[in-house]
Design a protein around this ligand. Sequence first.
Ligand code: KIV
Length: 286
Amino acid sequence: MSAHTKPPLTAASTKPVTVAAIRAAKGGTPLVCLTAYTTPVAEALDQASDLLLVGDSLGMVVYGLPSTIPVTLDMMIAHGAAVVRGAKRALVVVDLPFGSYQESPAQAFRNAARILAETGCGAVKLEGGAVMAETIAFLTQRGVPVLAHIGLQPQSVNALGGYSARGKLSAEAETILADARAVTDAGAFAVVVEGVVAPLAARITETIRVPTIGIGASAECDGQILVTDDMMGVTFGHVPKFVRKYADVGATMKAAAEAYAADVRERRFPAEEHLYGAPKPKIAAG
Ligand code: KIV
């Protein structure tokens, strides 16, 4: 079906977006996906987004950690619950962090069940291709909707030795395509395709029957996701080449802090309108 025959999910209604609606968006108007980690940001992004991902990128973005490896299940649950409280419409998906699912399908189910029960989110995401197919099948057959994540997998940074684009060599491209097929056959409702060369992203998108959600991939994908702090210009460190900056919130925050500092130092703040007055004296009757 072409983009002209499927309206964007956001335009359709204010009804909550379901896993089934995301799956059905294959080949239609591209899905709009962003990360969120807190209630107010979820509230701000909700109406424009089809899917809000509580990504383990919060390790770097919120906690200043060097990678996603130290992120814990408890961190994901706390932030997942916060985002669910702020999102009325978008489907909220929470990342299974490193070490919480790779050991066995049973471990993955136990931790995914905690995430679903304790946050109220609609699905979980996990990294890995063919090697995770058995786990994805185990979860999806037991009522846990899974968003897969292939290509560049930040949780494997220690094994892969960096964050460079994948699929440049044809053997690697074939492996990633096989990963896409394996996670789809295992029951994933959509697949994040991260950091792969554009022709491979297009090939994966035309091959698999569920939506691809690209990040550093290609506009041919069935949807796009970005780390919100990167696209809002909150991130002060390195920002990847594939990010388009839609705002400069970091600069706005710096300017606001400087204006506040000047007002405090010059005693211009607080002003009259910010003060609590003393209660008015009661006038006795008669
Ligand atoms: O953790 C994350 O934010 C992610 C997205 C970048 C896809 O996995």
